[in-house]
Every structure is written in structure tokens, then in C-alpha cells.
Design a protein around this ligand. Structure first.
Ligand code: FEO
Length: 401
């Protein structure tokens, strides 16, 4: 049965939520599912802005049929071709064979990669700044390459001052009836998952996100309609400010993130000693994660949030402990930069993880290594406590600057 939410007189939310999915993109753990958003605009001409993932296709098809109520579907606008949004495009062509698909030249190529239906005759190619008139609603398209794929574009409706923003401004997490962000305690219940979504999915492409933000900054925007998570109609600048921080790799919180690996507890003990000394030095909101326990996507998100990072790892097969190496390489892959970093290494006979971790961190732009590397041989000894005091002082002084 259909289940939809009216956004305003002409626009209706017709997407759905999947709480069963364990791993988004078969990689990122979901604790409360994800929503796949789609919107239908009813005017003299009718248009759907993006379709949905296969998992919610049934409710989507029923929504489309119910809202159209016998009226012709004129356009499907494809802002993003990734299958979590475009997987149902082929089924829509079977149901609505006269519909025209609106996208850019890169969209067209991708449709041909994913589908075998005849596309050229029903494709409307749009370029930067082109418009499509539906009647009262006039839609303008702006290219947003690599936010998150090369074909991504966003759609602006000048009548309602609405920006259909594709993946931008999306979050992990299903919708639970409330479709608008102002109907939720977003900062306390959704912000962490918004950050984890942004940093892991789009985080690498900060420069491209900045280009998009600058491009749309001249538009009067009263509502942002993303492809995942809630619609924004209040306090837009608060969320845009978060995007400005994340996409410029600017820390949100001046504190220490401690990321560690430990096999028999020696390195874990070392980071607890350091954390306690940081707390003694007045540092608040210290966070600590075991890379063998916490999925890398949460650590990526926290690394984008925090200003200072301590990496502590045993030496393993003359390298970095595997899960720690994964975290470090993933941080480099996501283009993290502008951080202050310190190291603790451990090794029962030939500790080299500090040197090797530094070699990876050296690839992060504008990142400074602070303090001396502390070398633990199996377990911390009392004569090393001074070295922990010293490292804690260096980190604390840097945080307080
Ligand atoms: Fe939600 Fe890049 O797809």
C-alpha cells in the first residue's frame, strides 16, 4: 500500500526506508537502516526527481501510481545514477513507457552501462544552467561532479526555492514518519550519522563539495531535499555550516581522538595512561577507539571531527597492525588533512610501527606530527611515565592554542 508525505501543495515525498540492510554499499554498518528519497512534482507537466533502491520499490511504485492518479508521468529527473537511487529506472520505463528521462551527458552513458532499454529516444540532455518548465515550477540544473559520482547534478525549483541536492546533505538512518529535520532532535540523534555518511561517502571530494556550495550560494534556498535522510526547511545555514567545515577538513571539536590497536593489552594500557594524563591537563571530550572493535567508518568520521589524533599500534609481521593500517590508509584515501598527530608504537622485539605509521600520515596534507614517538616494548615500564607526561603536555598545549 502507498505511504507518502506531502512536502507542499505540489511536491510529495514518495521514497521509502530499509531497516534490514546491514551494510550500505556492502561496506558501511547501518544501525537503523537508510532512507531512499524520491520526490514527485505535480504541475501541468509531472516530474519525479530520482527513483529509489530496489529494496523499497514496491511502496515507491504504489506511491507514484496513487499520486499521479491517472495523469501522465512526463519526466524522471536523474540527479544521480548510483543504483541506490536509479535501480528502479528500468521498471519505471516498463510502467511508464512514454516518460522522458532528464540528465546530463554522463548520466546518459551510465544509463547505458546499467540498463539495456532504448534510452536515446527518450533522453533529454541538460547542461549547466539549463531549465525545464513544468508549468508553475521551473527547474534549473547545476552540475555537481564527484558529489559523489561524476554524473551527479542538483536540481533547483525556483517556484518553491527548493534544492534537490542528490547525495549532498544526506545521512545514514531510516526515516520514521517525520520527513522534516525540524521535526527531529537532529543535532543529538542524527548529526553523528550525518557526519559518518558525509565523511565516508563524499569526504574525499571536499574540493568538489566546496565548488557546489559556492555554486548554489547565490540561489535563494528555502528547502533542501536530499536523497537520504530528512528534508531541510528550517535552520539551513546550521547544516550548511557543517558541510563547510567537513568539506574544508576543518575540525569541529578541539580535542584528542585516540585510535589504538592492542593484542595482549600492552598498547591499550599505554593509551589509557596517555588519556588520563590528557584529562589531568584539562582536556575534555577525549575519545578513544579500538580499531579491532570499532568499524573504520566510525573512526573516519571521528577523525574529521577532532583536531588531534594519537595513533597507537603494535608492530605486526614487521608492519603496522592490520586493522590500524586499514584505518590509516582509509584516512589518506578520504583526503583527511589539517590535523595534529602523535604516535605510540609497540613491539616485543623490533618495534617499527611508529616509523611506518608516520610514513602513511606524511601523505596527509597540512598535517603536523607533534611530540616524540613513545616506544613500548611489550608493556609500559615505570621509567617511561615521564615520556607520557611529556607527550600529554605537548598534545594538551597544542589543543589549548
Ligand atoms: Fe546515495 Fe551516491 O548514492
Amino acid at each position: 500500500m502507498y505511504s507518502f508525505t506531502r512536502i507542499n501543495d505540489d511536491v510529495t515525498y514518495i521514497g521509502g526506508s530499509d531497516r534490514r540492510l546491514a551494510l550500505f554499499e556492502n561496506m558501511y554498518p547501518l544501525t537503523n537502516g537508510i532512507s531512499y528519497n524520491s520526490y514527485i512534482i505535480m504541475d501541468e507537466k509531472t516530474a519525479i526527481v530520482d527513483t529509489v533502491d530496489k529494496s523499497v520499490d514496491r511502496v515507491f511504485f504504489e506511491n507514484v501510481e496513487h499520486i499521479l492518479d491517472g495523469k501522465k508521468l512526463d519526466y524522471i529527473i536523474i540527479n544521480h545514477m548510483e543504483p541506490d537511487h536509479a535501480a528502479t529506472l528500468g521498471d519505471m520505463i516498463i510502467r511508464y513507457p512514454e516518460v522522458q528521462i532528464v540528465g546530463n551527458i554522463k548520466t546518459l552513458a551510465m544509463i547505458k552501462q546499467y540498463f539495456e532499454f532504448e534510452v536515446d529516444s527518450r533522453f533529454v540532455t541538460v547542461c549547466e544552467g539549463d531549465s525545464l518548465e513544468l508549468g508553475k515550477h521551473n527547474l534549473t540544473f547545476y552540475m555537481a561532479p564527484m558529489v559523489h559520482w561524476p554524473e551527479v547534478m542538483v536540481t533547483y525549483d525556483s517556484k518553491d526555492k527548493m534544492l534537490y541536492s542528490a547525495d549532498a546533505f544526506g545521512i545514514f538512518g531510516a526515516l520514521s514518519g517525520n520527513v522534516f529535520a525540524d521535526e527531529m532532535d537532529f543535532e543529538n540523534t542524527c548529526l553523528d550519522e550525518a557526519r559518518r555518511y558525509y565523511t565516508n561517502i563524499v569526504g574525499k571530494y571536499g574540493q568538489q563539495v566546496q565548488m557546489l556550495l559556492k555554486k548554489v550560494s547565490g540561489l535563494e534556498i528555502e528547502m533542501i531535499c536530499p536523497l537520504h535522510g530528512p528534508v531541510w526547511r528550517e535552520n539551513l545555514s546550521w547544516y550548511i555550516d557543517k558541510y563547510n567545515l567537513w568539506s574544508t577538513y576543518t575540525p569541529e571539536t578541539n580535542t584528542a581522538l585516540i585510535v589504538y590497536a592492542s593484542i595482549y593489552g600492552g598498547t591499550e594500557n599505554a593509551v589509557h595512561i596517555l588519556a588520563a594524563k590528557l584529562a589531568e591537563q584539562g582536556i575534555h571530550d577525549i575519545v578513544m577507539y579500538d580499531v579491532s572493535k570499532t568499524h573504520v567508518s566510525y573512526i573516519i568520521s571521528e577523525a574529521f571531527r577532532c583536531s588531534h589524533i594519537v595513533f597507537a599500534s603494535p608492530t605486526y609481521n614487521m608492519g603496522i597492525f592490520t586493522n590500524m593500517e586499514t584505518v590509516l590508509l582509509d584516512l589518506v584515501a578520504h583526503n583527511l588533512q589539517k590535523r595534529k598527530v602523535a604516535f605510540i608504537e609497540n613491539g616485543s622485539w623490533a618495534p617499527v610501527s611508529g616509523k611506518l605509521m608516520k610514513e602513511v600520515v606524511d601523505k596527509m596534507k597540512n598535517t603536523e606530527i607533534i611530540g616524540d614517538v613513545i616506544t613500548v616494548k611489550s608493556t609500559v615500564k615505570s621509567e617511561q611515565i615521564q615520556a607520557f607526561d611529556k607527550l600529554a603536555s605537548v598534545i594538551a598545549d597544542s589543543i589549548k592554542q
